[in-house]
Design a protein around this ligand. Sequence first.
Ligand code: SF4
Ligand code: SF4
Length: 209
Amino acid sequence: MKKERFTCKKCGKTIGGHNQYLHDGMCDECFFDTYFPEDAQIYEKDAGKLLHICRKSEKKNMRFKNFLKSGDLDQKRFDIIVKEITEKIDCTACGNCCKILKTGVSTDDINRIAKHLHMPVDDFIKKYVTKNSEDLVEFKHVPCSFLQEDNTCQIYEVRPQECRDYPYLDKDVTTRCIQFFGNAEICPIVFNVLENAKKEFLEDIYVNL
Ligand code: SF4
Ligand code: SF4
């Protein structure tokens, strides 16, 4: 028997029977753009309030954590939320990660930053770097010595890789649940991504209960 072939009525991409009959003949992206067009919302920008709100939402967050672990997250829809929230939050109005986290540094980071500051590497290490109880190399001071009064970074162009990667939302959150939920208590970007994702994936969360 010849298999039916469907295409999205909006963009022409090939789609399956589920989308043809239940998503109004559109691919997921066009369907959600059409029927749920609103941008991701900002629920809270004040980093100082996040821990308290997360503690109050522990049950709902646990449900979402279980959903993430199920492996059913639609990564494309999640990435759209990340993009929209990242565009709406100004890190220079926050700086919380630089104020409360100790940044891990590699040898490459140290060499690059010392060169940028025109400092001998040994002097730089003595002044700014330490080893923690697990033998990991990190910056000595919290808040970070390079955080300026206006929340900008004095060494932004040469900052450590860990600072570039934070808050790790381009990584797979389904395998980094502990880190993701921990960062939601610290970082307004992660917190608002979490709150929007809980709303966006509400139906899927309950299917997985
Ligand atoms: S990454 Fe998060 S915690 Fe760090 S400055 Fe930006 S919003 Fe604040
Ligand atoms: S190096 Fe810059 S970006 Fe990294 S923690 Fe320090 S101030 Fe923040």
